[in-house]
Design a protein. Structure first.
Ligand code: NAD
Length: 284
C-alpha cells in the first residue's frame, strides 16, 4: 500500500535539511521546514535560493522551475505543522536523545499512515522507532552531502521496519533520480562504518605528526583518486557531527578501533566545527 506523497516535512534546517529541502522542491514536492529558530529556516531558504540561482546560470533549470521550487518551500514555526506532511524526514543534530524526543513528538502529530524517516548518519533506527507507536513506519533515509548532488541514498531497515515502508521509500528514492543502497541497522550502517575509520585515521596521522594537513589530504586525493581529502571532508561534514558519529561507532561496537582522535575532540571543544564555523582542519 502506498500513499500519494505530495508534501514532505523536514525537521532540522541545517546543512542536510537545506539540501534535502532543495532536492524535494526541485522534484515537484511541497516542502515544510522546521527548526528551533525561524532564522535558521530563513537562512536555509536563502541558501536554497542561491543554489538554484547557480543552477539557473548553468542552464540546468529555467526561471519557471526556480520560481516553482522556491515557492514550494514553506517555513513552519511549530513542529505541530508537520501534521500536513505525507512523509517526515528528521535531520536534526546527531544526538540520540534529541532525535528520540523529535520522533516522540512527530508520532503524536502526523497521520498514522505517515512514514517518519531519519537522516541519521549512525544512530540506531530501531531505537528511534521505539519512541513511536509506529515502528513499522520508521526508517533510515540517509542522504549524502550535498543531498541535491550525491546520487546514492542509504536506506536503513530497523528491526521492526515494515517491508511496505522499505518499498515506498525505495520508490521515492527512484523518483528523486537517485539510487537506494539498503542496509540493516548496525552502527554507521554501510557507508559511515567504512568511511569514518578512514577519516579518523587521517586525523591520527596529523595528530602523530606523520605529515601536514595538506600532504595527508593530497596523499589520498592524488594517490587514491579521492575527489576530496579526508580532513577537508571531515570539515565539510562538520567536526561536531564527525565526533558524534565516531562516538556512536565506538560505543555501539565497544571496539577501540573506533576511538575518536583526541585532536578532533579538542577542535570541537574549541568551537572549530569545520566549514560551518569557518575553521576546522582548514580555514574557510
Ligand atoms: N553533515 C553531513 O555531511 C551529513 C551527511 C549525512 C547525514 N548527516 C546527518 O544529518 C543530520 C543533520 O546534520 P547536519 O550536518 O545538517 O547538521 P547541522 O548542525 O548543520 O544542522 C542540524 C540542525 O538541527 C537543528 N536542531 C537542533 N535541535 C533541534 C530541535 N529540537 N528541533 C528542530 N531542529 C533542531 C539545529 O538548529 C540545526 O539547524 C545529522 O543526523 C547528521 O548525522 C549529516
Amino acid at each position: 500500500m502506498s500513499i500519494d506523497m505530495k508534501t514532505i516535512g523536514i525537521v532540522g534546517a541545517g546543512q542536510m535539511g537545506t539540501g534535502i529541502a532543495q532536492l524535494f522542491a526541485t522534484k515537484g514536492f511541497k516542502v515544510l521546514i522546521f527548526d528551533i529558530d525561524r532564522n535558521i529556516c530563513e537562512r536555509a531558504r536563502m541558501n536554497v535560493s542561491k543554489a538554484l540561482q547557480k543552477l539557473l546560470e548553468k542552464k540546468r533549470l529555467n526561471e519557471q522551475q526556480v520560481e516553482m521550487a522556491l515557492s514550494s518551500i514553506s517555513i513552519v514555526d511549530n513542529i505541530d505543522a508537520m501534521a500536513h506532511s505525507d512523509l517526515v524526514i528528521e535531520a536534526v543534530s546527531e544526538s540520540q536523545i534529541l532525535k528520540k524526543e523529535i520522533f516522540q513528538k512527530l508520532d503524536k502529530v502526523v497521520r498514522s499512515d505517515v512514514i517518519i524517516a531519519s537522516n541519521t548518519s549512525s544512530i540506531s533506527i530501531t531505537s528511534l522507532a521505539s519512541s513511536t507507536g509506529r515502528p513499522d513506519k520508521v526508517i533510515g533515509m540517509h542522504f549524502m552531502n550535498p543531498a541535491p548532488i550525491m546520487s546514492g541514498v542509504e536506506i536503513i531497515k530497523g528491526l521492526l521496519t515494515g517491508e511496505n515502508t522499505v518499498n515506498v521509500i525505495s520508490g521515492l528514492v527512484a523518483r528523486l533520480d537517485k539510487t537506494a543502497i539498503i542496509s540493516n541497522d548496525r552502527p554507521g550502517f554501510i557507508v559511515n562504518r567504512i568511511l569514518f575509520p578512514m577519516l579518523n585515521e587521517a586525523m591520527f596521522a596529523l595528530y602523530e605528526g606523520v605529515s601536514t594537513r595538506e600532504e595527508i589530504d593530497n596523499g589520498m586525493k592524488i594517490c587514491c583518486n579521492h575527489p576530496i581529502g579526508p580532513l577537508a571532508l571531515a570539515d565539510m561534514i562538520g567536526l561536531d557531527t564527525v565526533l558524534a558519529i565516531l562516538d556512536t561507532l565506538y560505543s555501539g561496537f565497544r571496539d577501540t578501533k573506533y576511538r575518536p582522535c583526541p585532536l578532533l575532540k579538542e577542535y570541537v571543544d574549541a568551537g572549530w566545527l569545520g566549514k560551518k564555523s569557518g575553521r576546522g582542519f582548514f580555514e574557510y
